[in-house]
Design a protein around this ligand. Sequence first.
Ligand code: ZN
Length: 58
Amino acid sequence: MNPAHLKALRCPICHGELTEQTNGLLCQKDALIFPVRDGMPIMLIEQAIPAAGAASDA
Ligand SMILES: [Zn+2]
């Protein structure tokens, strides 16, 4: 994904920055991954995937 694009994207929950992952965009604060489908990030809370292993006790 375009890095400039990624910078403009914010977590819809905490409005924090997102980290690009292979399976989507990770919010480390919320430990949620927002999936990317066909190059389009799905920035919906109800579509977010819990980021297993993102917690400190991984
Ligand atoms: Zn967040």
